[in-house]
Design a protein around this ligand. Structure first.
Ligand SMILES: [Fe+2]
Length: 388
C-alpha cells in the first residue's frame, strides 16, 4: 500500500493477442465480437505497401464483408473521424478494424465513438464526455510507438479551431489489440527510430510521474524500457528482425498502458509545441528533449533514475545512487545516437528566436502533465536552449 495513502488503480479492458502472423487470424476475432461486416481503416501508403493484404484475405476467407477506408493521414481531423463514422453507418458495418500507426488507430477509435453516440467527435472532446460504448473495434498497430491500441485517449486535430485536442475515456480502449511484428517489416528505419523513442518516453515519463504511478505501472514501465534498450537498435538496423519487432510492439503497448494511468511529463509538455510550430515528428521531438529534460528532473527522484540505469543494462555496481542516475542520461544519449537521430533542434528547422514562444506554449499545457520537478517558463527556455 502506498505510504502516501493516495489512490492507486489499474483498469483493464480488451483482449491483447501477440504473435507472428496473428493479424492473419483477424476474422476469428471479428467473429468473437459477433461482427460480420467491417470497415477497415488505414492510410493509403500502408495499403500500397501491401501491409493489409493478409488481413483482407483473412476477412474474405472468414466470410466477413469489408470496405477499406484508406484516407487517414497524420494528425487525423474531426472531419476524417466523422467521415469514417458516416461510412460505417451507410455500409451497415457492425465493427471497425484499424490498421496503422497512432493516426490510423486514433481515427478508428474516434469513429467508433461517433457510430454509437451520434453527432461529431467534436462533441466528445474532454474527459468522459460520451456514455455509450463505441462500436466493436480491433486495433492492429504497424508501428511500435504510441501504444494507441491500448490507450484511453484519442488525439484529434480540430482544424477549424486550429487546436489539437483529446478525447479521453476508459471506453476508448479497443476490444481487441493484435500485435504482429510481420506488419512492421516495411516500416522505414527513421520511423522505427522516432516511434521507438516515443514508446521509451511514455515508459520513462510515466515511471517518474508524480500522479498515478505505482507498482503496476512502474513494473510495466521498467520492463518496457528494458525491452527498448535491448531491441530498439536491432530493430532500427533491420526491421525484418521480427523478434526485435515483437519486443518493440510489446514495449510500446506497455508504455501505452502506463501513460493511460500515470500520464507523461515535461518532455511531452515541451514536445507538443515543437510539433505544432515546426512540425517536428512527435517521437523525434521527445528524443531530442529527453537528455536535457532528464538533467532537469534527475534531482527530484535519483532513485528512480538509477533503477532505469539498471534495466538499461548499465553497470551500476560501485556507483552512488546519483552517479547511477546520471549514467541513465548518458545511456539515453547513446541510444539516440546509435539509432541515427539528430540531437539538436537547430538541425530540424527550429528557429532560435522562437525558443521563448515554445516555452510559453509549453507552459499552457502544464496541467496535463505530471513531472517530478515543476518547471517555470525560464526553466523550459533553458532546456530548449540546451537542446538547440
Ligand atoms: Fe508520445
Amino acid at each position: 500500500m502506498s505510504i502516501l495513502m493516495r489512490e492507486e488503480y489499474f483498469q483493464v479492458r480488451g483482449r491483447i493477442i501477440n504473435g507472428l502472423g496473428k493479424a492473419d487470424e483477424v476474422s476469428e476475432e471479428a467473429k468473437r465480437l459477433n461482427v460480420n461486416r467491417v470497415v477497415v481503416v488505414t492510410e493509403k501508403a500502408i495499403q500500397e505497401a501491401g501491409v493489409i493484404e493478409n488481413i483482407l484475405k483473412s476477412l474474405k476467407n472468414g466470410n466477413i464483408e469489408y470496405i477499406v477506408y484508406n484516407g487517414v493521414h497524420s494528425d487525423p481531423s474531426v472531419k476524417i473521424m466523422d467521415e469514417i463514422a458516416r461510412l460505417v453507418k451507410e455500409s451497415g458495418a457492425q465493427g471497425l478494424i484499424g490498421v496503422g500507426g497512432g493516426s490510423s488507430l486514433d481515427a478508428t477509435k474516434g469513429a467508433a465513438i461517433v457510430c454509437t453516440n451520434g453527432g461529431s467527435i467534436r462533441d466528445y472532446i474532454g474527459e468522459n464526455k460520451f456514455k455509450i460504448a463505441p462500436l466493436p473495434l480491433i486495433a492492429i498497430p504497424t508501428t511500435a510507438g504510441t501504444g494507441s491500441e491500448v490507450t484511453w485517449h484519442i488525439s484529434v486535430n480540430d482544424t477549424e479551431r486550429k487546436l489539437k485536442v483529446t478525447v479521453r475515456s476508459f471506453l476508448c480502449v479497443p476490444e481487441v489489440a493484435i500485435l504482429d511484428p510481420n506488419l512492421m517489416v516495411t516500416v522505414p528505419a527513421k520511423v522505427a527510430a522516432f516511434t521507438g523513442m516515443d514508446a521509451f518516453t511514455h515508459a520513462f515519463e510515466s515511471y517518474i510521474s508524480t500522479k498515478g504511478s505505482w507498482i503496476m505501472t512502474e513494473t510495466l514501465a521498467l520492463k518496457a524500457m528494458e525491452l527498448i534498450a535491448i531491441n530498439l537498435r536491432v530493430f532500427v538496423a533491420n526491421r525484418q528482425n521480427v523478434e526485435a519487432g515483437e519486443n518493440m510492439l510489446i514495449a510500446s503497448m506497455m508504455g501505452g498502458m502506463c501513460l493511460s494511468h500515470a500520464r507523461t511529463g515535461i518532455i511531452h509538455q515541451m514536445a507538443r509545441p515543437l510539433g505544432a510550430l515546426f512540425h517536428v515528428p512527435h517521437g523525434l521531438a521527445n528524443s531530442m528533449l529527453l537528455p536535457y529534460a532528464m538533467e532537469f528532473s534527475v534531482f527530484a527522484n535519483p532513485g528512480k533514475f538509477a533503477n532505469v540505469a539498471r534495466v538499461m543494462g548499465i553497470k551500476v555496481d560501485g556507483l552512488s545512487e546519483m552517479e547511477a542516475a546520471k549514467a541513465t542520461i548518458i545511456a539515453v544519449k547513446e541510444l539516440c545516437n546509435d539509432i541515427g537521430l539528430p540531437n539538436k533542434l537547430r538541425d530540424v528547422g527550429v528557429k532560435e528566436e522562437l525558443l521563448s514562444q515554445l516555452a510559453e506554449d509549453a507552459m499552457q499545457g502544464r496541467d496535463l502533465f505530471d513531472n517530478p520537478r515543476q518547471g517555470t517558463v525560464e526553466d523550459l527556455i533553458k532546456i530548449y536552449r540546451s537542446a538547440y
